[in-house]
Design a protein around this ligand. Structure first.
Ligand code: SF4
Length: 337
């Protein structure tokens, strides 16, 4: 199922025909979430509606980004040579962990769905396997990164999320060093995560998005429960691998978080944290009925330069798949593209 991308019992040729027939007759099934619709962006990104069956059937969204979005920039994993004969040299899969989300970040379209349900470990790992199969990815040879930054807050579905990571590492053969999980700052989840052994621990990204508690609480109500200092304290015990850094994700909202004073304050905050860290800047991706504006590329670059001038490693993530609502914060089972 995980290596040969088998989706039904009759194809498991390592079992005798007789046994396969018996298993099928007894009602045993194997399977995985199914890509039922694909939206293609002009930039090569693909957004999938993925059907998860089970007692409460639902669709979630998974995104394939050939060439990635530079979210891995500044990491050691990004510096390896390209391999193979594919049309892409590297790719990133953005994976969902819940149907909808309860965290209610004000700039995010997924938040509008509310939380419908948690995904099971099989549904989380199965999204990845379905996409690997679609693109004939050869695990171990092709460069594929996973980001758990799709629909949902992974640390509010902790058991299933980590069980999926273990499946993806031990059964599919993907490296946890090529996986990044992003959290909005769920402190109990971060505390558990820092205790995970490094052989199954993805890299950690904190979705920070503001340089202080006042602004953050306005755009991320979760900050009232777990303010920035509590989040950073929870991260501190993590045992980072050599050259590994914590990523602070930072959405630039026009006029709200993208000013020079915000950049300077952010630089101070990152320095004071004492964590080996980098900052990923994301110009906000528009969504219907969300009242923010997208800063222009010059403003984003000026923000990055200000951070760099203060000694902070900062990178701008390229918007991927905006035209099909596949970009960060845009996943909401939108049929229109
Ligand atoms: S940004 Fe992430 S955590 Fe926040 S509402 Fe959207 S999906 Fe949930």
């Amino acid at each position: 199922m995980y290596h040969q991308y088998v989706t039904d019992i009759s194809s498991i040729t390592t079992l005798s025909l007789d046994l396969r027939r018996k298993l099928a007759a007894q009602g045993w099934q194997v399977g995985r979430p199914e890509i039922v619709k694909a939206f293609q962006s002009a930039d090569g990104t693909e957004r999938y509606l993925v059907h998860c069956s089970g007692p409460k059937p639902e669709t979630v969204e998974t995104v394939w980004m050939p060439e990635g979005d530079d979210g891995e920039a500044g990491d050691t994993t990004d510096e390896e040579p390209a391999s193979g004969t594919k049309s892409w040299r590297r790719a990133t899969i953005c994976v969902s962990s819940q149907v909808g989300c309860a965290v209610n970040c004000q700039f995010c379209l997924t938040a509008k769905l509310g939380l419908q349900r948690n995904l099971t470990a099989g549904e989380i790992a199965g999204q990845v396997v379905a996409v690997l199969d679609r693109h004939s990815v050869r695990v171990g040879r092709d460069r594929v990164n996973l980001v758990f930054m799709g629909m949902g807050e992974p640390f509010l579905n902790y058991e299933n999320f980590m069980a999926a990571v273990r499946l993806l590492v031990r059964e599919v053969g993907l490296s946890p060093q090529r996986m990044t999980v992003s959290t909005s700052g769920i402190v109990p989840g971060i505390e558990r995560f820092t205790e995970e052994p490094n052989d199954v621990r993805p890299k950690l990204a904190i979705s920070l998005n503001a340089p202080n508690d006042d602004v953050r609480a306005e755009i991320m109500p979760i900050n009232r429960k777990w303010p920035i200092a509590a989040v950073i304290d929870a991260v501190r015990p993590i045992r980072l691998r050599p050259h590994e850094r914590i990523t602070f994700e930072y959405v630039l909202l026009g006029g709200v978080t993208d000013q020079l004073e915000h950049a300077r304050e952010l630089a101070r905050l990152v320095r004071r944290s004492g964590l080996p860290a980098k900052v990923n800047l994301i110009a906000w991706n528009p969504g219907p009925s969300i009242p923010y504006s997208t800063p222009n590329p010059e403003t984003a670059e000026r923000f990055r330069r200000t951070l760099a001038g203060e000694g902070i490693h900062a990178f701008i993530r390229q918007p991927r798949g905006r035209d099909i609502f596949a970009a960060c914060g845009q996943l909401k089972r939108t049929i229109e593209a």
